[in-house]
Design a protein around this ligand. Structure first.
Ligand SMILES: Nc1ncnc2c1ncn2[C@@H]1O[C@H](COP(=O)(O)OP(=O)(O)OP(=O)(O)O)[C@@H](O)[C@H]1O
Ligand SMILES: [Mg+2]
Length: 420
């Protein structure tokens, strides 16, 4: 099967590297045909710290997925996260100087470029990974989604810019190249996840997406169909495991297993008389403890995580725009009681976000930890088909293409540097 008939999403996470292969079926639906999930040992808090280990995990994950799908993978859409990610909303303004004063796509490119260049001056060690137009103004008139064809003398734009540290990005690209694959595009993890778990009405109304992984948690705010805020914070489910390890005096592997099998974010959801068995260390006998003891360790940490998220949301200029509530995704949100606990703290409706809008191996990817991987596949198809969900322009996300092409030539340069 030629690679242009399927898309591969590669989520290089702190705890797992997962490769997901999707193809379009006759009804135009994305069908998941291959899934590879391997432990990740080369990352710390969302960033590559050991290229060789990361390469091994990537190879294994892709081999597993391509075996399942019966295809040969050449290139991937890869996710990026880590606390080096910065995002800002940036304004741009230009004069429309042509005789008719009718705004064309070149003017739109110019105003977006104006917004982009102002914000990046003096930031040489950063690479723009996303430019997402939010709103345009023509001669001061706001809320314009697509200014092409309108008349005016002054065009303004607000854009959401996501930038990443060059070295951190290079380490991801290098790991994928050394595993033997090309990078089609680099996508911010929460942006990818949003494709898999949010619906268009939520994005239009205003929604907060929270992805709690192993080493990071990402918060992003969407409204009017676009991204207005995105943040990556280096704290995730691994911290809950560490608390369980210390609190129950057990190994990290056993703490992880006990947490996943018996953890609950709300103590009162667990019957008082329920007990669990916890392995000990140093050859001691396993112990039987009330399950509530485990939850007494977990609940305060989960509360802390959501109090912090609540604080971050309140800091945002867009707090009042979140009408549809919060969607929690990522592996750590799979614990029982997480949406209920979050709802008590953030004071808005909260639901769990599992990947949807797909067919094929749905069961294999229905866990919230696959939101980024599945979202990368959906993002990839959108790029291939030239539609841009987060570009309000009906005339095509031209500037998104410019950024993509620039990134692609950067990936190619890096590849030739590596092989040369
Ligand atoms: N059922 C569950 N209950 C509690 N925690 C869970 C459950 N399933 C997964 N987790 C936790 O989710 C975390 C992994 O989530 P995920 O796979 O989304 O992270 P990642 O993508 O590898 O990491 P990151 O995105 O932070 O780089 C681990 O800490 C794991 O313990
Ligand atoms: Mg992740």
């Amino acid at each position: 099967m030629p690679q242009d008939s399927f898309v591969v999403g590669l989520d290089i996470g702190t705890t797992k590297v997962c490769a997901i292969i999707g193809e379009k079926n006759r009804d135009g639906e994305i069908e998941i045909i291959g899934v590879g999930d391997q432990p990740s040992t080369g990352l710390h808090r969302g960033m590559v710290v050991n290229v060789a280990d990361t390469v091994k995990s990537i190879k294994k994950a892709i081999e597993e997925a391509q075996l399942m799908a019966g295809v040969e993978v050449h290139s991937v859409y890869v996710g990026i996260a880590g606390k080096h990610i910065k995002s800002i909303n940036s304004p741009g303004v230009i004069a429309i100087s042509n005789e008719t004063r009718e705004i064309n796509i070149k003017d739109v490119d110019r105003v977006i470029e104006a917004a982009t260049s102002i914000s990046l001056s003096g930031e040489k060690e950063r690479e723009i990974i996303h430019v997402i137009p939010q709103e345009f103004y023509v001669d001061g008139q706001d809320s314009i989604q697509d200014p092409v064809g309108m008349s005016g003398v002054r065009l303004e734009a607000d854009v959401h810019l996501v930038t990443a540290d060059v070295s951190a990005t290079q380490n991801i690209v290098k790991s994928v190249h050394q595993a033997g694959y090309d990078v089609e595009d680099i996508v911010l993890d929460p942006l990818a996840s949003s494709y898999a778990v949010l619906d268009n009405d939520e994005k239009e109304l205003g929604v907060c997406l929270v992805d709690i992984g192993g080493g990071t948690r990402d918060i992003s705010l969407f409204h009017s169909g676009s991204v207005y805020d995105s943040k990556v914070i280096a704290l995730g489910g691994e911290h809950v495991t560490q608390d369980v390890m210390k609190g129950l005096r057990t190994s990290s592997q056993d703490a992880e297993k006990v947490k996943i099998d018996h953890g609950c974010a709300i103590i009162d959801m667990v019957p008082e008389d329920e007990t669990i068995e916890v392995p000990s260390v140093g050859g001691r006998e396993p112990r039987t403890i009330p399950r509530r003891h485990l939850c007494e360790i977990i609940q305060p940490r989960m509360e802390e995580i959501f109090k912090f998220i609540d604080y971050e949301i309140k800091q945002s200029d867009y707090r009042d725009e979140i009408i549809a509530g919060m969607v929690v995704t990522g592996g750590a949100s799979g614990m029982r009681g997480v949406p209920e606990l979050a709802e008590q703290i953030v004071d808005m409706p909260v639901r769990l976000g599992k990947p949807w809008g797909i067919s094929g191996l749905i069961e294999a990817v229905s866990n919230p930890k696959y939101a980024t991987g599945v979202g990368l596949v959906q993002y990839g198809f959108e790029q291939l088909e030239g539609e841009h969900q987060y570009s309000n322009l009906s005339s095509g996300g031209h500037i998104t293409d410019i950024i993509r092409k620039r990134m692609k030539s950067w990936f190619d340069d890096m590849k030739s540097l590596l092989s040369g």
